[in-house]
Design a protein around this ligand. Structure first.
Ligand SMILES: [Mn+2]
Length: 428
């Protein structure tokens, strides 16, 4: 195997000047970085895997080169990096990596998301690494002066899971880059697009950019070590602790292993579940119905800050013997805005089940043609706004009735796909 040839090259690569975002002189220091072109193996006799690895490697290189050109064309600008409303470690770490890469071109980036960091590991990640992400709500974005931004970037999403997108688009800011591994949601008018649904984590894509030379990681720079740790966490969490990782993801993890801080990662992973998350998991266990190896559970009402308990409950239910797919959903309410939305998560270990297809098929689209959800390998999610039916839960009888209607409707839609007699989509 000759795949490590490009790694060896990257070892010898170093930046001559350390970029400093505060330094006005940085303008003159911006130079076109030499990228590490992957060399072809001397022999491809050991089969297909080398060929595929090599091909992916050169695609990664080509994309890194394209991204570099895009960044060069936007030197000295300010950009917004928009994450999904409830960003996960993959999204957060990649946004940070993009920010550090862009900094070398004197591009200043703000990492923003509209929802909350509700998973205890995400809170730990952001706190322990000082990850520079900010919450902008759909309300306060209206009072911001967006005219100072010349572009925006979507990372680990394609804009369909962010409430901030509309405001940013309305202000006329152009989309500069989309870097994601979810299935393509719609045609995107972006200067740079790198959407690779077969890659298990966006962190893998970003690590490949780093390896190609877009940023030379340096173990003596604490921010680099923390970012590498965040990327390792993102990669692990999107691949079920590497159990669903493929060659590319392992290669990326191997590269990050030179820079990341294992103790820091351990501290992030040790974050404990809150009592409220435990309660939601308990409710999901109690309410679950298991049919044809699908486990389905409605958990009732949840506070906005506990929204992340839903995917955690799904993670838990999918571990039951004879269950290959778990779907957990609940009504999440935002007390400040009297807004309610049905939020659900799907987890599967069944290789032939495509979460993106499954969720789109189960719930369909809204009146504007937008799907209620989608997914990636082994995981998916959906959000169904409750609109006019939001709020008025102070009347317990009404709140109970409302939940029962939504619960029944979601179950009906899911069971249609779960039961192969009613619908041939699940063939077993
Ligand atoms: Mn991801």
């Amino acid at each position: 195997m000759q795949l490590n040839s490009s790694l060896k090259q990257s070892e010898s690569f170093s930046l001559t000047t350390e970029p400093n975002p505060e330094d006005a002189e940085v303008d003159q220091e911006v130079v076109e970085l030499p990228l590490n072109r992957p060399s072809l193996p001397a022999s491809t006799s050991d089969g297909m895997s080398v060929y595929l690895g090599q091909r992916n490697n050169s695609l990664a290189f080509q994309k890194a080169e394209e991204l570099q050109k895009t960044l060069l064309a936007h030197r000295h600008e300010r950009q917004l990096i928009i994450l999904q409303d409830f960003p996960d470690p993959d999204a957060l770490s990649c946004a940070w990596a993009y920010q550090l890469i862009a900094q070398q071109y004197d591009i200043k980036c703000e990492i923003i998301y509209a929802g909350t960091l509700s998973h205890q590991e995400n809170i730990a990640l952001v706190k322990l690494t000082n990850l520079p992400a900010q919450r902008w709500t759909p309300q306060n974005i209206k009072s911001k002066d967006l005219s100072c931004y010349q572009g925006f970037v979507l990372i680990d999403n394609q804009g369909t899971t962010s409430q901030l997108l509309t405001a940013v688009q309305h202000s006329g800011i152009p989309l500069i880059a989309v870097i994601d591994h979810h299935s393509l949601q719609a045609e995107l008018k972006s200067e740079f697009v790198d959407v690779r649904p077969y890659v298990r984590a966006t962190a893998t894509i970003f690590t490949q950019y780093l390896q190609a030379g877009l940023l030379a990681l340096d173990s003596s720079i604490s921010q680099h070590v923390k970012c590498a740790t965040a990327l390792m966490h993102g990669l692990r969490s999107d691949t079920n602790r590497l159990m669903q990782a493929q060659e590319e993801d392992f290669m990326a993890a191997a590269y990050l292993s030179r820079f990341y801080d294992a103790q820091l990662l351990n501290a992030i992973l040790q974050a404990n579940r809150s009592k409220r998350v435990m309660d939601v998991i308990e409710r999901s266990l109690k309410n679950r119905i298991v049919q044809n190896n699908f486990s389905i559970a409605g958990v009732g009402y949840l506070r906005y800050d506990d929204r992340d308990a839903i995917p955690q409950a799904a993670d838990f239910l999918v571990t039951e013997e004879n269950v290959h797919t778990a779907v957990v959903y609940g009504i999440v309410h935002d007390e400040d805005d009297e807004l309610e939305v049905v939020i659900g998560s799907l987890r599967t270990t069944k290789l032939t089940l495509d979460p993106d297809e499954f969720i789109k098929e189960a719930f369909g689209q809204d009146s504007t043609g937008r799907f209620f959800g989608g997914g990636r390998t082994s995981a998916g999610g959906f959000e169904i706004p409750m609109g006019f039916l939001s709020g008025s839960n102070e009347n317990p009888a009404y709140a109970k009735m409302k939940w029962e209607v939504f619960d029944a409707q979601i179950k009906q839609k899911l069971l249609k796909l779960v039961n192969p007699k009613d619908n041939p989509i699940q063939s077993e």
